[in-house]
Unconditional design. Sequence first.
Length: 678
Amino acid sequence: MAELHHETFPPPESVKNEAFINSMEQYKEMYQKSIDDPEGFWSEIAKGFYWESEPTGKFLDFNFDVRNGPIYIKWMQGAKTNLCYNAVDRHIDKDGDRLAFYWEGNDPDDDGQVTFSELKDRVCQFANVLKSLGVVKGDRVAIYMPMIVDITVAMLACARLGIIHSIVFGGFSAESLADRILDAKCSVVITSDGVWRGTKLLNLKDIVDKAVEKCEHVGHIVEHVIVSRHLLPEEIVVGEGDEERQPAVRPCRHLNIKWNAPRDKWWHELIEGASTDCPCVWLDAEDPLFMLYTSGSTGKPKGVVHTQAGYMLYSATTFKYDFDYHPDDIFWCTADVGWITGHTYVTYGPLLNKATSVIFEGVPTYPDPGRFWQIVDKYKVSKFYTAPTAIRSLMGFGDEHVTKYKRDSLKVIATVGEPINPEAWLWYYNVVGNKKCAVVDTFWQTETGGHVITPLPGATPTRPGSATFPFFGVVPEILSEDGKTVEGEGEGYIVFKQPWPGIMRTVYGNPQRFETTYFKKFPGYYTTGDGGKRDKDGYIWVTGRIDDMVNVSAHLLSTAEIESALVEHKLVTEAAVVSHPHKIKGECTYCFVTLKQGNKFTADLIHELRAQVRTKIGPFATPDFIQEAPGLPKTRSGKIMRRVLRKIAVGDKDIGDVSTMADETVVDELFKRRPEDA
Ligand code: WT7
């Protein structure tokens, strides 16, 4: 087993003193109860929420073993509730004036805020709009929006009516958006005119137009495109005598929006006169809440489905304990709502806990790399949640951008998305947290709904790079390749033995794929696709994906998806993509491409190939390295040996066993053609 960073950091006294869970004994006791008696444990928690009616059958019913029939997971079946009611309406009587969100724009002078009462009014109005357009329970609505309050309003309005939202991250291309609209057969798309991210202006409406057109080509009609106005000049406030700010906070002059009536509708026109009352639709605990696409190793993304009650209990409970959220805390999760982190810890988890949190539209480095800490001071953020890739990138700009700000409000600083390297962890702890904050490294997936392996800030002694121990209800095991349980210290596949309330229920429209992806390799277990280690003290260290997935800046991509984008280029016959370590992004992609006979591998071609991936998938998927491969290392049965390609990508000549390789001479050729900067 490789050396792990074994220095242990006890929870800071100040955090421990006020924590809900302030010792490992207390954690262990609660944990034991949660796995011995899930019904007792979660039904106690359920009492804190509003239920229109009680479960009619078993509190928990499931099958995790394909040998016993189809996989299913059901929590609180028959109970009726509404997540939007629990997240918003429930708080209004007593705390309507409490702030739900601070909104911080891309430009530091652009901000706003919304109370729980205002949020409820906005959600009801928008829900009434959806109703008037004929959207009903069970329909799918795609959301392609920037980080503005309206994205949470759109989600909550859907949740209020039992409409299934499918959010597509604003960095995906028109093609990716179209694929997702088609797979879910969405009849409505909600978007915005555009958004500034740093110094870049993105025309979201134009991307939606292209996606909707693509859908039409294959016979799927999107009936309504609702556009939230974020950039138009009426909204621009130019201070008196403030000539310098003439280009204003949210200028839109370069944005050319096409309008396709009656399909396209302005959000602000639709809500004009709409009532701020809208009864909640009482939904079954197991009715779907949302679907969210995540990369699949075959290349086609999977629509991960989450349901009402289980997701509600789990998002709320992980939020409360893992960030130790108290009423006077200000919480900030920097993730985009387009990813699961944003669903669970920008929208649902915080609102269910009546939390006040920050929604940030911009990027960590605009106008300068001190932006995060400037915002922390501005709102006195006490619980902060970001990704290792952001931490590494900011680390590179130097401590002065951090130390310039006070940051004395911070208590818990957390990370998610990929394994955090000890160097970045220590910088986060020492510099950002001033050695006074608990660092909480949360391991989870789109599929798990919320944190599954995580420290508790007031209880768990942490180790840099380890996500430590399981959350309540989660039973991790480490399995060897042949499915044997690894006891004690060891390494293998990370799997889970029994369901927790937040686990996904199915892959939208494809239950078979749900079973094969997660339950087939090791019958009786949910397989994460990640590898990991357990040290002698029981700490879990997630080491990364062991399937054909690459984690680029905390965004999971499948190598197959990138390969299929590359081979669509007319000069390419074959492509193989592997993961390559990257200082800031964690991992990046390294692509081997074989060209059709007689074609030259030129700088222009590399440029075209990168553009191809950008258009097919999105800018965040753009490959870092592309090299020519006159031949690829293959087994005699024709399977590409990715293990060997990974070695070539990093320039490691020790490529291991090649006895199964059909033609070994290709390897030398590939080493010769590595790009200089790789
Ligand atoms: C994959 C899931 C869950 C929100 C963001 C990503 C990796 C996530 C950690 C962590 C090590 C991590 C895993 C996982 N991952 N958090 N704390 N330590 N690895 O969601 O896109 O579904 O990706 O991200 O590889 O399987 P996702």
